[in-house]
Design a protein around this ligand. Structure first.
Ligand code: CP
Length: 309
């Protein structure tokens, strides 16, 4: 196993190799042990300053990164576009360079523009972690998803993982596909034809529009929400209809031949893509995903900081 990451940034799972992913998992296992101790803190990033730049809304990812940084003893600054000079017309590069001139070492950024992180990586020295770029990638979500799956079902090689819902607008879907394939899993996407990107099968994933058949096939169901905020035209007739034909409910799960592990990256639209009796059931590991997110992000930050030395 490699001892350091092959990359200076985590811009997307596309740019990590299997060794990188396994190194992140091995490191995250150690940090998971740390955050379950009475004293949940280590001094690993004591001399590192991290800027969390959120140009788009977030609950889980932002809090998870902030906690990961605090658990590693990093100094942190938090930036939210809504209350910043971006509103006065400042460019992304000017904003970031102003923050970096205050001696910031790492940037964790969420931005609505796909590729915003790649643009920054060409212009700044700090390590960059992509916390979600538009509909493109959300690498740490995919890492925490795969880490959580591995904890429950072991090695993912040869396992069948299905991603349900709004694939076309989802950065989580693309990052999950890259990550799971690099770990040797078989991946299928399932949803209405309008929410599945054209030619996605060229990535080597199966495509289905039949929820029951896909649930019968898979070991894990990773369920995504309908991203209404990214739909300027209607991709589905109504949420009610979506829920009826593509929603995952307990009755459906109970009628399957074998038990499926249910995941969701959040935020959940209860009663749309997933019912409460599934989200809150023993089959669901939604909150365990969130818990693992802190350990996985600690691992990513720690390994990137190690490359600075
Ligand atoms: N899963 C996820 O990215 O959630 P947030 O948008 O709340 O960060």
């Amino acid at each position: 196993m490699a001892k350091e990451l092959s990359t200076k940034h985590v811009l997307g799972i596309k740019y990590l190799n299997e060794s990188d992913i396994n190194l992140i998992f091995q490191t995250a296992e150690q940090f998971k042990e740390v955050i379950n101790r009475p004293i949940k803190k280590v001094p690993s990033l004591r001399d590192v300053t991290v800027a969390n730049l959120f140009f788009e809304n977030s609950t889980r990812t932002r809090i998870s990164f902030e906690l990961a940084e605090k658990r590693l003893s990093a100094d942190t600054v938090n930036f939210s576009a809504a209350s910043s000079s971006v509103k006065k017309g400042e460019t992304l590069l000017d904003t970031v360079n102003n923050i970096l001139s205050m001696k910031v070492d790492m940037v964790v950024m969420r931005h609505p523009a796909p590729g915003a992180h790649h643009f920054l990586a060409q212009h700044i020295e700090a390590n960059i972690v992509n916390a979600g770029d538009g509909t493109h990638e959300h690498p740490t979500q995919a890492l925490l998803d795969a880490f959580s799956m591995r904890e429950k079902i072991g090695d993912l090689r040869g396992k069948n993982i299905a991603i349900f819902g709004d694939i076309v607008h989802s950065r989580v879907a693309l990052s999950n596909i890259f990550c799971l394939q690099k770990l040797g899993a078989n991946v299928k996407v399932c949803g209405p034809p309008t929410l599945i990107p054209q030619h996605i099968e060229k990535l080597g994933v199966g495509v289905s529009h039949n929820v029951r058949d896909t649930l019968e096939w898979c070991d894990v169901a990773n369920v995504l929400r309908i991203q209404l905020e990214r739909q300027d035209i209607k991709f589905i007739p109504s949420l009610r209809e979506y829920s009826r034909y593509y929603g995952i409910n307990k009755k459906l799960l109970d009628s399957l031949d074998s038990e499926v592990l249910v995941m969701h990256p959040g935020p959940i639209n209860r009663g749309v893509e997933i019912t409460s009796d599934v989200a809150d059931s023993d089959q669901s590991i939604i909150l365990e995903q969130v818990e693992n997110g802190v350990a996985v992000r600690m691992a990513v930050l720690y390994l990137l900081a190690a490359k600075r030395k």
